[in-house]
Design a binder for this molecule. Structure first.
Ligand SMILES: Nc1ncnc2c1ncn2[C@@H]1O[C@H](COP(=O)(O)OP(=O)(O)O)[C@@H](O)[C@H]1O
Ligand SMILES: [Mg+2]
Length: 249
């Protein structure tokens, strides 16, 4: 079932000196439980799309249509956004604290997630005591705590080294699938996109237009680190590389 439909979305940023056209007629639909990845060069307008969906930025033109009312949007950003002075548990409860009063159920849900994803022994730890991968898991659990209908992930692994990136992609992917969430992720890493996505949406240079959409159909599709070894992987990689290679530099 369709959860979100973006129609002819355009965005111009008005600065004192000029108008920056960031998005031009972006159309895209996202089904429930789907994992969509947007790839495109930096400065293309990827974060702008997420900001508009999350209502942090106004659109200039077009439509964002959700199939349900009062949709909850969860964010996970590129930087390690945990507060160093709060414990893991308090960091996870933060989104809830901002939104409303915390119920016993909320706390139970967060503790269940921490336990399920191997962090229950770290509830009282501080972020600096955790590995980069664990911190990203905490950040994801904090996002899940509000029970969002859609998760927006903006280059969530970009601060991690390559090895950690691979394992954390697996962790984040498993959690999102296990919790049956719909996700829209942004990355400029083609391999990461193919290994995680149901669909990869390739954006052009700014102003971003949708250049191509690939449904990632692999036999024996499984977790991202394994999908990287799939025989179809290179086919998608080359196709997307070609799309991106046409950019002017
Ligand atoms: N608040 C803003 N005001 C003016 N220009 C902006 C603002 N946010 C982003 N931009 C510009 O819009 C373009 C797209 O930005 P962004 O969506 O962050 O790209 P990406 O996430 O793909 O790197 C860039 O040229 C950026 O400089
Ligand atoms: Mg960005």
């Amino acid at each position: 079932m369709e959860l979100l439909k973006i129609e002819e979305l355009s965005k111009n940023y008005l600065t004192k000196k000029k108008v920056i056209c960031a998005l031009k007629n972006i159309s895209l639909s996202i089904n429930e439980n789907e994992f969509i990845v947007l790839v495109g060069p930096s400065g293309a307008g990827k974060s702008t799309i997420l900001s508009i969906i999350g209502d942090l930025e106004k659109k200039s033109k077009g439509q964002i249509k959700f199939s349900k009312k009062n949709i909850k949007v969860g964010y996970m950003f590129q930087e390690d956004s945990l507060f160093p002075w709060l414990t893991v548990l308090d960091n996870c409860m933060l989104g809830l604290k901002i939104k409303n009063k915390i119920t016993k159920e909320d706390e139970k849900y967060v503790k269940m997630l921490l336990k399920k994803y191997g962090l229950s022994n770290f509830e009282k730890s501080y972020p600096k005591e955790l590995s980069g991968g664990m911190r990203q898991r905490v950040a994801l659990i904090r996002t899940l705590a509000i029970k969002p209908d859609i998760l927006l992930l903006d280059e969530p692994f970009s601060a991690l080294d390559y090895q950690t990136r691979i394992t954390v992609s697996d962790d984040v992917f498993k959690i999102i699938k296990e919790e049956k969430k719909t996700a829209l992720m942004v990355t400029h890493d083609i391999s990461e996109a193919i290994s995680m996505a149901d669909k990869v949406v390739v954006l052009s240079n700014r102003p971003a237009v949708v250049k191509n959409i690939y449904e990632i159909n692999m036999d024996n599709k499984t977790i991202p680190s394994e999908n990287r070894k799939n025989e179809k992987f290179n086919f998608y990689y080359n196709a997307i590389w070609k799309d991106l290679d046409h950019y002017e530099r």
